[in-house]
Design a binder for this molecule. Structure first.
Ligand SMILES: Nc1ncnc2c1ncn2[C@@H]1O[C@H](COP(=O)(O)OP(=O)(O)OP(=O)(O)O)[C@@H](O)[C@H]1O
Length: 230
């Protein structure tokens, strides 16, 4: 589904991503881990054509994401609060995103019903603008909006960050449901155990390079913990 060829990003002469090749098959669930500044967000931004690679290309279903638009129809994402529209309420934002995806207000409502538990009574009917929500609740709005188009590919940057423990557990269960439905997932996280629980494959980045690319099994957490132990 995604193929990365000779992908590099340089800032001020420093190479912050350098990935000769990575392939993501349809239906795979991939966790991207790595310390602060490892290049995870930059990698996602290049996959989503939000920034231009210095070298190399990203192909989605064989098409270069820089020069085509089709991939936008089947790709959902939430990287950060910049994806949200601050001056809307969550309802207004969900209806806006729903409209973009050809959903009726009734479809949007039915979709949001699936998120009742995850929203924990704190997102809908609050009569507040998105800008006035906590970081964790903004994240919930963004994750739900990313899933709304029922995308084939979902890219989430640190979806567990800022969520309380109950919400993290609910998010894991939501992501596992999406995985069972066959959605391809690309998720970055600093929470090793959550990402291992959700994903079948872990890619470890260090200074922009892929250090490990492994299928998850019962030894993965231990391997990663020993890598991250300083
Ligand atoms: N616009 C920019 N200009 C200069 N340097 C940048 C820019 N964007 C990212 N970088 C640098 O690229 C490197 C990778 O950053 P990136 O945000 O991709 O890392 P990350 O793995 O997502 O980190 P974190 O876990 O802290 O979110 C960092 O050294 C960062 O400072």
């Amino acid at each position: 589904m995604i193929e990365v060829r000779d992908l590099q990003k340089n800032y001020n002469g420093v190479t912050v991503v350098n990935i000769p090749g990575v392939t993501v098959q349809k239906g795979e669930t991939i966790g991207l881990v790595g310390n602060n500044g490892a290049g995870k967000t930059t990698f996602f931004r290049m996959i989503l054509d939000l920034i231009r690679p210095t070298h190399g290309q990203v192909f989605s279903k064989g098409e270069n994401v820089r020069s085509t638009e089709d991939w936008k129809q089947y790709t959902g994402s939430h990287l950060d609060e910049g994806f949200l529209i601050d001056f809307l309420t969550p309802e207004e934002y969900f209806n806006f995103i729903g409209k973009l995806n050809g959903l009726t207000p009734g479809d949007v409502q039915a979709f949001l019903d699936r998120f009742r538990d995850f929203f924990n009574g704190e997102i809908l009917e609050q009569r507040k603008y998105i800008r006035d929500f906590s970081k964790g609740n903004q994240k919930k709005v963004g994750v739900a909006a990313g899933v709304m188009s029922d995308p084939e590919l979902l890219i989430l940057d640190e979806p567990f960050a800022n969520l309380d423990p109950s919400s993290q557990i609910r998010l894991k269960s939501l992501l596992k449901d999406l995985k069972r439905q066959g959605m391809t997932l690309l998720i970055s996280s600093h929470d090793l155990s959550h990402v291992i629980e959700v994903c079948d494959r872990i890619v470890l980045l260090e200074k922009g390079q892929v250090i490990e690319d492994m299928q998850t099994d019962e030894t993965t957490l231990q391997q990663l913990e020993s890598y991250f132990t300083v």
